[in-house]
Ligand binder design. Sequence first.
Ligand SMILES: [Zn+2]
Length: 340
Amino acid sequence: MKSKRIPGSSSRRKTPWDAKPGLTPVELFIKSNYLTHYDEKHPHLDQTNEAELINSYPVTECPYCASHKLIRSGFDSNGIQMYRCKDCGRRFTRITGTIFQDHKISVTEWIEYCLDLMGYNSLNATAKVNKNSYTTSKYWMEKIFLLLQSIADEMELSGTVYIDEKMYRAASRDLIEVNGSKLRGISRNQYCIAIGYDGHDTYCYVEGTGKTSIPKTWKAFGAHITPGSKLIHDKEKAHVTLVKRLDLKSTAYDSKGLHGLRDKENPLDPINRQCFLLERFLDAHQGFNRNNLQDYCNLFMFLVNPPLNKLEKIKKLLDSAMTSAVTLKFRECFKVHSDD
Ligand SMILES: [Zn+2]
């Protein structure tokens, strides 16, 4: 099966000699080496056991009308089990409405892509390694961002929880100018990222530009800290309502009083360390659109949080991609893309 190309993407499978008859030995050699590598990176669905993998995920709901009245209805050309909905009459497979619909990328390629991504590669480098066009890579990135968001939405910190706010600068092209000079100091040029850590997981939430506030802190952490947990933080006034409403056992330190302490002696060191790692990660992806700041924070969380083994991370992401909870979001995203 030949995979469809996304409009606007230029195929990296092309060589200068595709239409030329009678290639010279050197042209033939380069072309065949290049295509061998390309095909290794883009295996056809029937060369892998993907149908088996896809069929192993249960199907309980029609992706079009959410009905549970389904019957098995043969297999598609790739060996993927098809179903028919007894209510709306439409046919579909386990991957209809998921990121793997239409096989724009195979699961095998996707795993490669995720491994590259976890190696902190930039999008462009990842696209080159896999010989995908940059557009395809970006399109995939957006799909992964949706998955990461659904993982982040379900996170909850518990036990001893450290929280803080990390300010992160706007992209230089977006800095607001006053009298012709770009002022990095003014609050609208700084994003506030709420960050929490319980010794196990890190949670980040982009509050917006400017300083934190009581409602912003509540929105960031209200649903992501288990009530009754122990809270270790600085004396930020905006945390007051969070402590009260979640009945947290609060220990607050005056951060000014901690200046000059060695890391080991600083009671806020665990959260300071997370802030440092987040900043380093964001700096490594310099120049990204700040509209995606939460997405990049979600990617950071995914990389630093357990499971730490890369292959286990991919399993988690793949399971998430296959759950029906996110399929609807993918279809919405898909609609937006087909109108482009
Ligand atoms: Zn249906």
